[in-house]
Write a protein that binds this ligand. Structure first.
Ligand code: AHR
Length: 501
């Protein structure tokens, strides 16, 4: 059995977790909205048409914020199409995903759904085909109390109280040539800054996210962030990061090592933010909104066969396997390790579209494999992330060298007195003994050690076999004289909870 040594010291804090790093994303894409969260003709629909089975699973995931309405979708969206009497709303060709958008769900319906799901909305404005005017009207409609054209129209539509959406994205992936209204960094930076100014004139209490690169592999990466922040530094609060991984060549050790890429990506964006801070002699710090992250590749081929111009086709319906859950666990650990700078993040997405939750339009709703690590962390990852000293055996893979077999992080919840350790053993052949020297935590005992493991890395959960990949609570951990000895099974996701006895 391999062995890893970890030092966990109460006083070495990275930062307090902003719960919004457990956010998610619902885009008008595929069956995310229609048949995902909303399906009035389904037996599980409530009086407003929202699926109660989906809502129950979203609540289990404990998602504090949901990004909406896109994604690529937002770059062609006219938000006014989604307000007022549903029967009068236009059906539009939706160019990003080449579907028909019926606009049955718009901003008010989504706000209603978010309330039911106990979550906040991270709203986005269209900076692809539109600009300052549409954005200032939209925020007036959503956030202004009343006494103006757009806010009074909202009241007329039955929403007396403003929605008061606090977080707004200034467009989406505007660096991407596929984006409707794609822009250069200077074009986008200028527009984002002027739009931000106007939006903050309407509601100075909002927080704004500028578009970073749509991926670290983009040719304009780094220059894009620097230029955009040069234009927007004083007006925005966050810069966005997006990343998706896939095991396309079926090389699992290399695939699981991608957490190193994510870590480097975050470090690079922090450096760029701080470079612009130095250049501007600013006292303000820009934080990171990792508002799209996940595994995305299983559905790539089947998506090519979908005929255009239907409503809610089954697009981006990745069926996640067990190894995807290991990577998602590793990505969550990576986000937590940067809790001082990553203040928001969105698992992309939430329902049906590259999602932890799947629904059948004629059946039920169920949990994909990746549901479990996300649920674990969003429910127990509260408090301060601790800076660990980790000495793990390492391996080399096709694209990475010195990959630690062990990915781990610890969270100290000072309110409840609980310490939670999250750990992935990436070794596909051997179990690992993780020895943690717990410094400054006297009198603690292990309260639980849950494990997600499976003999088959490619095992999936389907509607007919929903509980194929599920965690168990038979993990082996022992704490004696300040030393925690935990057995981490080969290829496993582990959650170890400790409490003062
Ligand atoms: O999440 C799916 C898509 O991925 C989003 O619409 C876009 O922003 C990204 O490229």
């Amino acid at each position: 059995m391999k062995k890893a040594r970890v030092i966990i010291d109460k006083d070495f804090k990275i930062g307090k977790i902003d719960r919004r790093i457990y956010g998610s994303f619902v885009e008008h894409l595929g069956r995310a909205v229609y048949e995902g969260i909303y399906q009035p003709d389904h037996p599980e629909a409530d009086e407003a048409g929202f699926r109660k089975d989906t809502l129950a699973l979203v609540k289990e995931l404990n998602v504090p914020i949901v990004r909406y309405p896109g994604g690529n979708f937002v770059s062609g969206y006219r938000w006014e199409d989604g307000i007022g009497p549903v029967s009068q709303r236009p059906r539009r060709t939706e160019l990003a995903w080449r579907t028909i958008e019926p606009n049955t769900v718009g901003v008010n319906e989504f706000a209603d759904w978010a309330k039911r799901a106990n979550t906040e909305v991270m709203m986005a404005v269209n900076l692809g085909t539109r600009g300052i005017d549409a954005a200032r009207d939209f925020i007036e409609y959503c956030n202004h109390p009343g006494g103006s054209y757009w806010s009074d129209l909202r009241i007329k539509h039955g929403y007396k109280e403003p929605h008061n959406f606090k977080v707004w994205c200034l467009g989406n992936e505007m660096d991407g040539p596929w984006q409707i209204g794609h822009k250069t960094a200077d074009e986008y930076g200028r527009l984002a800054n002027e739009t931000a100014k106007a939006m903050k004139m309407v509601d100075p209490s909002i927080e704004l996210v500028a578009c970073g690169s749509s991926g670290r592999g983009m040719p304009t990466f780094a220059d894009w962030e620097a230029t955009v922040l040069d234009h927007t530094y004083d007006e925005v609060d966050y810069i966005s990061l997006h990343t998706y991984y896939g095991n396309r060549d079926n090389d699992t050790p290399n695939y699981l090592a991608r957490t190193l890429d994510m870590d480097d990506f975050i470090k690079s964006v922090i450096s760029i933010c701080d470079y612009i801070k130095a250049k501007k002699r600013s006292k303000k710090t820009i934080h990171l909104s990792f508002d799209e992250w996940n595994v995305w590749y299983h559905s790539n081929e089947s998506d090519k066969k979908i005929e255009p111009w239907s409503i809610a086709p089954p697009q981006l319906e990745d069926i996640y396997n067990f190894e995807d859950a290991l990577l998602v666990g590793g990505m969550l650990i990576t986000l937590l390790k940067h809790a001082d700078r990553v203040k928001m993040a969105c698992l992309a997405q939430l329902v049906n579209v590259i999602a932890p939750i799947m629904t059948n339009g004629k059946g039920g709703a169920w949990r994909q494999t990746i549901f479990y690590p996300f649920k674990d962390v969003s429910n127990s990852g509260n408090g301060n992330v601790l800076r660990l000293v980790v000495d793990s055996p390492k391996y080399d893979s096709k694209e990475f060298t010195d990959v630690p077999y062990l990915d781990t992080v610890a969270v100290n919840n000072e309110d409840t007195g609980e310490i939670v350790i999250y750990a992935v053993n990436k070794d596909l052949e051997e179990d690992m003994l993780m020895e943690c020297d717990l410094r400054g935590f006297d009198g603690y005992t292990v309260t639980s050690h849950t494990v997600l493991e499976h003999d088959d890395l490619k095992a999936v959960n389907t509607e007919d076999n929903q509980y194929n990949v599920v965690p168990h609570d038979k993990g082996q951990s022992l704490l004696e004289d300040g030393l925690l000895k935990a057995k981490l099974s080969k290829a496993s996701w582990n959650v170890i909870k400790l409490k003062k006895s």
